[in-house]
Design a protein around this ligand. Structure first.
Ligand code: FAD
Length: 495
């Protein structure tokens, strides 16, 4: 046995143990060896039962489950790393901070199970003290343990609470995964969230916070996105509160060592089944399956899984052309514009000031912040989101300009101590070729009701995964893992 095949076998054994409940949902595999037949990293041709395009959480999870079910798998990943939108942003001193996905919540059980299997521990997001609210030039502090939770007590708060209650109730009539089937789907998909929010709130405070709800969850303007899409996003997360809250919500927990540890460890177990630096350019459906052409390698397989957002899948040349519903969907499902800016300090000084490190602001580059410090608080890391219009305003900015803009926001929110970090770092996603933005693809009006079913419907031997296809926690790491588990079952059954 060569070193490579020994490694592969060891990796597969670990996978079988790791995949746990997800794998036991698959039919028991035959006596066939559960190995991938990945070719050496530089081989120009390879074959497998299944070729997976994309080594983000969805693609990696699908690979794990299919290998456990006895299928051979090759994963083609465009970047030189696994994880996609989950990425440890280098801080310049040999350490990293989450530049992409970061938080999970208690109902995000599939990403939690995967992390546990990978031996990645979790710890609570720092949430002690008051939050900062900056609006109309005025800074105020507010506690988040009252009935409003994370909602800042703006003058428009009653107006806002009524609006949030209404959208929460509307979302209850949506079946996760099938928003287009809701009784009012046509009505809700014929307007943007902006249109609805202006018709259903009066105060400028409520309107600002409704826009901020969209900015901080989807990184788009409220006028970019269909009301139906937002209602489905809420339904998929189990309500408004799980989306916006830290305590009890989707921002409650972080990963020790950074979220990227989860995909990196899973990728390590998949070993040679993953080929990096292999952007897929074309997928041809043939009589016997698919031929997938990537830089440096051509893979033949019985089935293909495209595991990424619809917008990025749209860059691949499909031959013959895909059905119009899918091809047009990929033209109509844009990504948000999002970036993270972090300042690293000797201590998390805001904690001593009685602050959580969480803030919402109506001006400046950063509109929301979190405490990104490590669990032992051996240093303080403040993270700010630069969303939608704010990041596009920095299109032509130099690194110095971006640093100045980020620190200006931090200083406004946390005082002069924020002006002198040890170092700063910045990661934007909307000009990343293999992501095109983030955190998630969104649907403008008219898309879900007309093209929505094409999100998941296979096109012959080509199947679709990615967080955008998930019924539960779509847009999140949990949704990505769930989509990988769902597509693995789908493909295993079809083979
Ligand atoms: C700034 C930011 C903050 C976020 N915060 C959170 C958070 O706190 N909590 C949370 O749960 N989620 C968060 N998310 C969302 C989360 O990152 C995603 O939901 C999840 O990672 C998506 O995984 P995926 O596998 O569906 O897609 P991706 O991660 O996008 O994976 C797709 C993969 O396909 C590869 N690829 C693309 N095109 C090709 C091609 N042609 N050939 C080969 N490979 C290709 C890409 O390189 C990538 O590796 C955040 C995202 C961003 C950007």
């Amino acid at each position: 046995m060569t070193a490579v095949s020994r490694r592969r076998l060891l990796g597969t054994g670990a996978l079988t143990a790791a995949a746990g409940a997800a794998m036991s949902a698959l039919p028991a595999s035959s006596a066939r060896a559960q190995t991938s037949r990945a070719a050496p990293q530089d081989a120009p041709n390879a074959s497998a039962d299944v070729v997976i395009v994309g080594g983000g959480l969805s693609g990696l999870t699908a690979a794990r489950d299919l290998i456990a079910a006895g299928r051979s798998v090759i994963v083609l990943e465009a970047r030189n790393r696994a994880g996609g939108r989950v990425y440890g942003m280098p801080l310049g001193d040999g350490t990293t901070s989450e530049g992409g996905a970061e938080f999970i919540g208690s109902t995000q059980t599939r990403i939690a199970a995967l992390a546990k299997d990978m031996g990645v521990d979790t710890f609570p997001t720092y949430n002690t003290g008051k939050n900062v609210y900056y609006r109309n030039g005025k800074r105020s502090l507010y506690a988040t343990d009252g009935i409003l939770g994370a909602v800042p007590p703006d003058w428009g708060v009653i107006d806002l609470e009524v609006a949030l209650l209404n959208i929460g109730n509307m979302a209850k009539s949506i079946t996760p995964g099938e928003p287009w089937k809701a009784a009012k789907a046509e009505e809700w998909d014929s307007q943007t969230f902006y249109t609805w929010s202006r018709a259903n709130s009066l105060s400028s405070g409520a309107r600002f916070l409704l826009d901020e709800f969209i900015s901080s969850t989807l990184s788009v303007r409220s006028k970019d996105v269909s009301l139906l899409y937002v209602l489905h996003y809420i339904a998929s997360a189990g309500g408004v509160d799980p989306l916006i809250n830290t305590k009890g919500g989707g921002q409650e927990t972080r990963f020790v060592g950074g979220s990227q540890e989860v995909p990196l460890r899973l990728a390590a177990k998949l070993g040679d089944a993953i080929r990096y630096n292999a952007p897929v350019r074309g997928i041809e459906t043939t009589g016997s399956g698919v031929t997938v052409t990537a830089d440096g390698v051509t893979v033949t397989a019985k089935r293909a899984i495209v595991a990424m957002s619809p917008a990025i899948a749209g860059k691949i040349a499909f031959s013959p052309g895909l059905p119009a519903s899918r091809a047009q969907l990929m033209q109509r499902y844009p990504m948000g514009s999002i970036a993270k800016f972090v300042g690293v300090y000797e201590t998390p000084f805001w904690r001593a000031d009685g602050l959580t490190g969480q803030a919402v602001a109506d001006s400046g580059a950063i509109d929301a912040t979190f405490d990104n410090s490590p669990p032992d608080a051996s240093r303080g890391i403040l993270m700010g989101f630069i969303n939608q219009t704010n990041i596009r305003k920095l299109d032509a900015a130099s690194a110095d300009d971006i640093r100045a803009a980020g620190l200006d926001s931090f200083t406004k929110l946390y005082g002069d101590k924020a002006a002198t970090p040890v170092l700063t770092a910045f990661q934007r996603w909307d000009n990343e070729v293999w992501s095109g933005g983030g955190p998630v693809g969104i649907a403008p009006p008219g898309v879900l009701t007309e093209y929505g079913p094409a999100l998941r419907t296979p096109c012959g031997p080509v199947h679709w995964a990615g967080t955008e296809t998930s019924d539960i926690w779509t847009g999140y790491m949990d949704g990505a893992v769930r989509s990988g588990e769902r597509v693995a079952k789908e493909v295993h059954a079809a083979l």
